[in-house]
Design a protein around this ligand. Sequence first.
Ligand SMILES: *Cc1c(COP(=O)(O)O)cnc(C)c1O
Length: 510
Amino acid sequence: MRNILIDLNILLDYYEYDRREKYPESIKAFDFLKNKEFAFISSSSLDNFEFIKYGDISKVRKDLNRKQKLEIVHNFIKEIISFFKIAKTPSYIEIDFNDIEDSQIIASAKAIDALILTRDEKLLQKYPDITISPKKFLKKVEKNETDIDFANLKKQYFLYQSEIEKATDKVLNHGKYIMGPEISELEEKLCEFTGSKNVITCSSGTDALLLAMMALDIKPGDEIITTPFTFIATAETIALLKAKPVFVDIDESTYNIDPKKIEEKITPKTKGIISVSLYGQPSDLDEINKIAKKYNLFHIVDGAQSFGATYKGKTEVHYCDIYTTSFFPAKPLGCYGDGGAVLTNNDELAEKMKMLRVHGQNKRYHYKYIGLGARLDTIQAAILLVKLKYYEKDLKLRQEVAEKYNEKLSGNIVKPTVKPDRTSAWAQYSIRVKKRDKVQEKLKEAGIPIAVHYPMPLHMQECFKYLGYKKGDFPVAEKVSKGIMSLPMNPYLSNEEIEYIVKKVEKFAQ
Ligand SMILES: *Cc1c(COP(=O)(O)O)cnc(C)c1O
């Protein structure tokens, strides 16, 4: 649902008894919008409301003194701001001297991309694209004209908007845009959240992988074992450091690396294993660690999709040398740009990654290592600090959405399985169907957005031709990539939306 900015005339309709009867549609629309995260008023409406309402009360309640009358008005205002959020008047307001009040409300609406709900004919006629009458609005609500959103990042923004606005304003005002105080505050909070001894934020999930491998001293020609069924960054960063990605097929139930197939790929050149917690579910970490220990290999977990997931009751950082993650907007914990982090219980590796993050610098303008410029922006840290407060709740809601999908979906599809000793962060809810492309097209027509993670395993990508793999080398990954598709997944999917999606998926996947 698009944001709605409620004009002053609607507020007055609601709080004036004779107008209540005259404009029932205003009342209905007001009632519908109460406590909706997309319903706003303009801060500029409040003083006008106070002035007009005080005048009205004065006409009928001659028995009250000024203080008593103001108290009545202020109780109304308290109610209004408990129902609706306040939209700011932005600095780029264009003032029309024929109607300064309208200029304010139009600027407020533009700042949050809202439609103005108003009965003001002049406004409706002059700005048809950004206004809507109560009558038209109610019709839209009845028709339930809402498209299902895949990740619903906009809804999340508007849920926490005023806190995010405050946090980002603070950064813009203090001016410490690089490595400002929010960075270490966030790193401390992330330590608390995961139980990790060290968290070093960085510029992306991709750079997190680079930092981890550089800290572990990867050299050209080293072999690193990983899965072919992952996002390109996992293997790309190995190759970028001139090491060699060595792929191992996946487990058909979890889509993660199959530990039973790792040992046969180990050579004297093998230096480590990167497991990927695909769709949010940790791999078989104990089994992988047993092999790593036996052959003296490092183990990095690429947790770009799994932040907050647990394995045997603890987060994954406790089961590897370095855990990397991403705060890309669409990941379970996302910022509003690029971002990532490396986590480790090893203080030495942490110290080194801290230096590598700033060009290998150990003292100002002294460089111990060849490093990267891989810092997280302060403004992104400020946004993450707000979102982290709600992350535990978000994870729970994602889990609930996944459970509802699991419960309701049946028919000719393969549902995801999460092993009982672990939890998923549910970055994706991915199912397998026959004739995926056809199903995907039909779902799109029904207003259901679908994504495919991932249509082609990495050993078949052009950029890895030089590794010499061929079709058929990893039959499970190849089979899964043909049928896999991700359904909408976000903390805010309603029961009705889930039911609608389930009904359509079952129908088209026949
Ligand atoms: C998203 C992702 C990355 C890369 O993260 P960015 O922040 O986009 O650089 C790496 N690995 C996996 C498995 C991912 O899903």
